[in-house]
Design a binder for this molecule. Structure first.
Ligand code: HEM
Length: 161
């Protein structure tokens, strides 16, 4: 990636980094920071697809991670890390299968800031250094799950000019 004079980054330049948006989206899809959320019903309801009856006070889980990896909803294999899916085949994915910041009235109030910060920080780092694959041993995968998902074995090399 080559942007500007490597000392500055304008908003216009930042906007032009469309593939970086895809990488951020794919990272948030592949390992959503928050695994899922809970909602408590305020009225009785029934699920339209399978007629399951729900009652006021019931708690339901919306499993972001499971939905983001459900092959029924993705054209490109969801187990593949493929940022370009957001440009092409999976551009028009179902809105409820990719919700890293939640949804509805209580969705994350900081999502715009979070996305902006992520993009600026990554772009500025890429202007200064070159990242490389840390190798199969370091990047042997796995993750630790709690309320959040954290990668277990992940590492990169950083090359300074
Ligand atoms: C990658 C970064 C972030 C992720 C993945 C994330 C994710 C989430 C999720 C999943 C929720 C629950 C949404 C729901 O219930 O539908 C949430 C809520 C919230 N987030 Fe974030 N968030 C991030 C960054 C931030 C930042 C930077 C701020 C503040 C500057 C923030 C402030 C909040 C607040 C205040 C709520 C509660 C909203 C409410 O209940 O009305 N988040 N976030």
């Amino acid at each position: 990636m080559s942007v500007g004079d490597n000392q500055s980054l304008t908003l216009h330049e930042l906007d032009s980094l469309v593939y970086l948006d895809c990488v951020i989206n794919e990272t948030l899809r592949f390992y959503p920071v928050v695994q899922g959320i809970f909602r408590t019903l305020t009225v009785d309801d029934r699920l339209p697809e399978n007629n399951v009856q729900l009652y006021k006070g019931d708690t339901v889980v919306i499993p972001f991670n499971t939905l983001a990896h459900d092959p029924r909803y993705w054209s490109i294999d969801p187990e593949r890390f493929a940022p370009e899916r957001f440009l092409d085949e999976d551009k028009n994915h179902h809105p409820c299968v990719f919700m890293p910041f939640g949804g509805g009235h209580r969705q994350c109030i900081g999502q715009g800031l979070a996305r902006f910060e992520l993009k600026v920080i990554i772009a500025r780092m890429l202007q200064q250094v070159t990242f490389g694959d840390g190798g199969p041993k370091v990047n042997s995968g796995g993750f630790v799950t709690g309320l959040t998902i954290t990668p277990k074995n992940v590492g990169v090399t950083i090359e300074f000019p």
